[in-house]
Design a protein around this ligand. Structure first.
Ligand code: ZN
Length: 84
């Protein structure tokens, strides 16, 4: 999955988080709650995304998706956490 500049701009303008549908701040890729779950180095690449190049943002989104999968899959498998 590669992001074009237009897709990054579109994502930045969306009012809702693509992962959980909470309100997010314009200019960021994910909402505050999702970003809070990520390590700081990943989080930084998902903030102020219109200022970043599409490759960086795309890579950061892939890293974030992988992180969420790996770190929260086990919680879901054991019935923990709320399904949204
Ligand atoms: Zn979110």
């Amino acid at each position: 999955m590669n992001f074009s500049k237009e897709q990054v701009q579109g994502l930045a303008k969306k009012a809702y988080c693509p992962r959980c549908d909470l309100n997010k701040t314009v200019g960021n890729a994910l909402c505050r709650r999702c970003r809070a779950k990520l390590p700081a180095n990943m989080r930084a690449a998902l903030e102020a995304i219109p200022n970043r190049d599409a490759f960086t943002v795309g890579r950061a989104l892939r890293a974030a998706a992988h992180y969420f999968d790996v770190h929260f899959q086990s919680v879901r498998n054991f019935g923990g956490g709320k399904r949204r």
